[in-house]
Design a protein around this ligand. Structure first.
Ligand code: SPD
Length: 357
């Protein structure tokens, strides 16, 4: 019996010690138990040093989770049971989330750094007056390629991807709208086309691309292309800039038929528990120095004009990532096609993926 009491006492002492140690760790980092901020962002889409700086400056502990597509992010938020305070969807997803009443209205008086955003990126049709969303990064969809491995191809047209010389040489980013969009654009159709015959034509055309497709991948596309595991990739512009930073032989082009112009904005989902902290975080990310550091780290294009002024000229004047008016006029922003049509795009993309197996 004595032995049992002794064992019980030891267990109690060890548990109390552990509890004390954990609470010491928390308090030494300046956090109180519920002073946290849960951020739900794309993978590889923030400089982690900035999250630490935000924690140090505010005493708020950041809990960070990532997603790899708008569709995955929306499904998780729609399902509920999450406590995301800030997320960063793209424009058509923002429009859909607004429609589904999944976003909170922002208090602009708590975001004074909003003045740093270039007016070109404000008040866009998917969120008039930026009532629900604040610009974070923007970009295009295009082709990264290794000129040494593709002969005379320059990808002035999407159709060059179907060239027989590219067998097993193409990596595609894992995005339904991007891949379907590539099929639609190559046929001269809009990225927002909803005509069934056109969508089926695009899917059939994509299936013909199968022999050239080495893999459909997530963020690892950057490493694979930089390491020359494939000659060509369908990518977002910011990923292209990072890949080209790793391997200077590579180039990025937006084909002449046109492509996608997208905007990723910060929002506060209805699931938020720390609304004050969420505004603080959004404001922090809009600080010119913070936004410039983030832009250099992730490689995407910044909508923050005060940050742009701090960036090296080789970044701010690179027309591949800050396209001129002529190129911009050939780009199309994704519309919110509605729940059913978005689901149909996903289905067609999945069928294309299955066809490859
Ligand atoms: N690795 C970060 C990727 C973020 C890309 N967002 C682009 C969305 C385009 N609809």
């Amino acid at each position: 019996m004595k032995q049992l009491v002794r064992m019980f006492a030891v267990v109690m002492i060890v548990s109390l010690g552990l509890m004390y140690f954990i609470s010491y760790l928390n308090s030494s980092a300046g956090y109180s138990g519920d002073n946290t901020l849960t951020i739900y962002n794309w993978g590889d889409y923030v400089d982690p040093e900035l999250l630490t700086r935000f924690e140090e400056e505010t005493g708020i502990k950041v809990i960070y989770q990532t997603f790899d597509s708008n569709e995955a992010m929306m499904t998780k938020i729609e399902q509920g049971g999450t406590t995301f305070d800030v997320s960063i969807p793209s424009e058509y997803a923002i429009s859909k989330m607004k429609e589904e009443n999944l976003l909170l209205k922002l208090d602009h008086s708590k975001i004074p750094n909003l003045k740093n955003i270039d007016p070109r990126f404000m008040n866009l049709s998917f969120d008039p007056d930026n009532a629900y969303s604040i610009p974070y990064f923007w970009g295009t969809v295009g082709i990264v390629y290794n000129p040494e491995l593709v002969g005379d191809l320059t990808f002035a047209s999407w159709n060059e991807l179907w060239d027989q010389s590219l067998r097993n040489q193409i990596l595609l980013l894992d995005g339904a709208r991007e891949v379907m969009g590539m099929g639609l654009n190559s046929l001269g159709y809009s990225l927002n086309d909803t005509e069934e015959a056109h969508l089926q034509e695009a899917k059939a055309k994509l299936q013909q691309l199968t022999p050239n497709v080495k893999a459909i991948v997530g963020d690892e596309i950057k490493l694979l292309l930089a390491n020359e595991e494939a000659a060509v990739g369908l990518v977002w512009s910011g990923d292209a800039s990072e890949i080209m930073g790793e391997n200077e032989k590579l180039d990025y082009v937006v084909p002449e038929e046109g492509s996608n112009l997208w905007f990723d904005n910060m929002v506060i989902p209805k699931t938020a528990k720390n609304i004050e902290g969420a505004h603080q975080f959004i404001n922090f990310m809009l600080d010119p120095e913070v936004a410039a550091q983030n832009t250099e780290y992730v490689g995407y294009s910044s909508p923050n004009q005060a940050a742009m002024a701090l960036l090296p000229e080789e970044i701010s004047s690179d027309e591949r990532f800050y396209p001129d008016e002529e190129l911009t006029s050939r780009l199309e922003v994704y519309d919110n096609l509605g729940k059913r049509m978005l689901a149909h795009y996903n289905e067609l993309f999945l069928e294309f993926k299955m066809h490859r197996k």
